[in-house]
Design a protein around this ligand. Structure first.
Ligand code: PEP
Ligand code: MG
Length: 589
């Protein structure tokens, strides 16, 4: 048939060649295991034990949720308990273990798949939605029947894989850390969706918004993922494979060229220092932040803590994790961002429908202010951890001063509680504000009076300023980080921060693009925070330019007509200054 090229949106740079694995979230991959006749009763007993254990677990969670969140939320677990009591499902499993002589987990996974299929086709919306319950309970039973590690479909597979999915939720990508995954390709998604962010964190290429990847690619197809150009090539011919293998080698050599700046400061030729921090999604990434000598953690996205679990993380658990990260960062500053649920980040344990949390809806600080119980648990954990490490904290999605004051009032309440309980914490912990909504940028002079620092979140600031959904592939070409409208808001924020004598950093994806980071240096940003693998490139850029020149360039582009023009102009300028950074090999793979 010859090779077939799909075009999508570049989400994380690099090149990968390998076998495709289609991730179908409905499917459970449980390898069949034959049993002997006499083992059938043992398998049936194991199955029954797993049911009992699952029932106990769910009742326990229900109890916990009703204490933490109230009876109504807990009732949702009744549906889970009902699945466990479905006689026809149980009887079918028992019958088939006896007749087919296969392990309990395999038969159960097969019966489960059948149920999921039947329920997915039901017209009644209520019954159709029970698919989620069946899946959840099913996974739990499987986990109790077999080694948890073997349960997840990805974990059953040991070879290197390219994940193909219609969409990947942040909770999916979070569970892929440390797995043998060499690239991602999805049908939907935009350049700063969390699939893209997680791919960069994992240091693997990603292409999103391919529209029909799951239609054209079959399991085990040999494919190439070109994360720089946003291409996926199915059944590449020999020439293409050779070309990409050579490019892969050149990328490795390209990356090596930055090692020389690793231990040097990120300082321009005329002496302006820009602190380079790492973004952190999972505590497991700390070694990478240290490996690239990040000055600290500029953004610790704590919402990953709340994912892939059926309950909320306790104060103790959070406290332990924050302390651990702070300890491992060896006195470098760690900026913990309070819970930013919503948009494309969804927390299953809350049992609140996804459509309650759109990007313009009940998201981030709005949710936390409405749920002080959940918010205060996190604030207590963060404050307690300040006694053991260099931590600061910031709020996401603040829209103005009134909201900031409300959040700080809750923080004060928590501080008073800790005092009463005689629990130690750092009284002077710095509290910052993320500037990621245009109204916050426009009132940054007022916010600066109340905040200890600013961190500009351009992933959101761009989408809210240009009215372009950051995860929508249809409008991805309109998502212009260099748009003068965005740059002016950034400039306003930086100027307001400096007038008030506070620091201002930027932690959106824009910080890791050398072309745009050049403009940010020219706009006088104090620090940039990015996935650790990008730090050295940005340091190379900073060390190769003069601050004065960057300032002149930034002034010029503020007058341009659109973002593409800005990027083209700055790209040309950077190519002259640091040709190395504008080559085909840019990016990591
Ligand atoms: C941002 O919006 O730029 C940001 C860093 O936060 P997140 O990507 O987690 O929304
Ligand atoms: Mg954001």
């Amino acid at each position: 048939m010859g090779e077939y090229v799909l075009k999508g949106i570049p989400a994380a740079p690099g090149i990968a060649l390998g076998a495709a694995f289609i991730l179908d979230k409905q499917e459970f991959v449980v390898p069949p295991r034959a049993i002997m006749d006499k083992e059938a009763p043992i398998e049936i007993a194991r199955f029954e034990e797993a049911l009992i254990k699952t029932r106990e677990e769910i009742s326990e969670i229900k109890k916990k949720i009703s204490v933490e969140l109230g009876g109504q939320q807990a009732q949702l677990f009744d549906a889970h308990l009902l699945v466990l009591e479905d006689r026809s499902l149980i009887e079918e499993v028992v019958k088939r273990i006896k007749s087919e002589k296969l392990s309990a987990e395999y038969i159960f996974s097969e019966v489960l798949k059948k149920y999921v299929k039947i329920f997915s086709k039901i017209e009644d919306e209520y019954l159709r939605e029970r698919v989620g319950d069946i899946n959840d309970v099913g996974r739990r039973i499987l986990k109790n029947l077999m080694d948890e590690d073997k349960l997840h479909e990805l974990e059953n597979l040991t070879e290197q894989l390219i994940i193909i999915a219609h969409d990947l939720a942040p909770s999916d990508t979070a569970s892929m850390y440390n797995k043998n995954i060499i690239a991602f390709a999805t049908d939907i998604g935009g350049p700063t969706s969390h699939t893209a962010i997680m791919a960069k964190t994992l240091g693997v290429p990603a292409v999103v918004g391919l529209k029909e990847a799951t239609l054209h690619i079959r399991n085990q197809d040999f494919i190439v993922v070109d994360g720089r150009k946003g291409l996926v090539i199915i059944d590449p011919d020999e020439e293409t494979v050779a070309k990409y293998r050579e490019l892969q080698d050149r990328i490795v050599q390209f990356k090596d060229q930055f090692e020389d700046v690793k231990s040097l400061p990120a300082e321009t030729t005329d002496g302006r220092t820009i602190e380079l921090f790492a973004n952190l999604e999972l505590p497991e990434e700390v070694p990478s932040a240290l490996r690239y000598e990040a000055s600290g953690i500029g953004l610790y996205r704590t919402e990953y803590f709340y994912m892939n679990r059926v309950d909320l993380p306790s104060e103790e658990e959070q406290f332990t994790a924050y302390c651990q990260v702070a300890k491992e960062m060896k006195s470098r500053v760690v900026t913990v961002r309070t819970l930013d649920i919503g948009g494309d980040k969804f927390i299953s344990s809350l049992q609140i429908p996804k459509d309650m949390f759109p990007f313009l809806g009940w998201r981030a600080i709005r949710f936390c202010l409405a749920r002080p119980d959940i918010f205060k648990t996190q604030l207590r954990a963060i404050l307690r951890a300040t006694a053991f490490g260099n931590l600061q904290m910031m709020y996401p999605m603040i829209t103005g001063v009134a909201e900031l004051k409300k959040a700080n009032a809750i923080l004060d309440e928590v501080k008073r509680e800790l005092h009463r309980e005689k629990i130690k914490f750092d009284e002077d912990m710095k509290v910052g504000v993320m500037i990621e909504v245009p109204s916050a940028a426009m009132t940054s002079d007022l916010l600066a009076r109340e905040a200890d620092f600013f961190s500009i979140g351009t992933n959101d600031l761009i989408q809210y300023t240009l009215a372009v959904d950051r995860v929508n592939e249809q409008t991805a070409s309109l998502y212009e980080p260099g748009h003068p409208g965005v740059l002016r808001l950034i400039k306003r924020t930086i100027d307001a921060a400096h007038d008030a004598g506070i620091n201002v950093g930027l932690c959106g994806e824009m910080a890791s693009d050398p072309v745009l980071a050049l403009v940010l240096v020219g706009l006088n940003i104090d620090s940039l925070s990015m996935s650790p693998t990008n730090i050295l490139q940005i340091k190379k850029m900073v060390r190769s330019i003069s601050w004065k020149d960057a300032q002149v360039l930034a002034q010029e582009v503020l007058e341009y007509e659109n973002g593409q023009e800005v990027e083209m102009h700055c790209r040309r300028r950077l190519k002259k200054l640091v040709p190395l950074l504008i080559t085909d090999e840019r990016g990591e793979g």
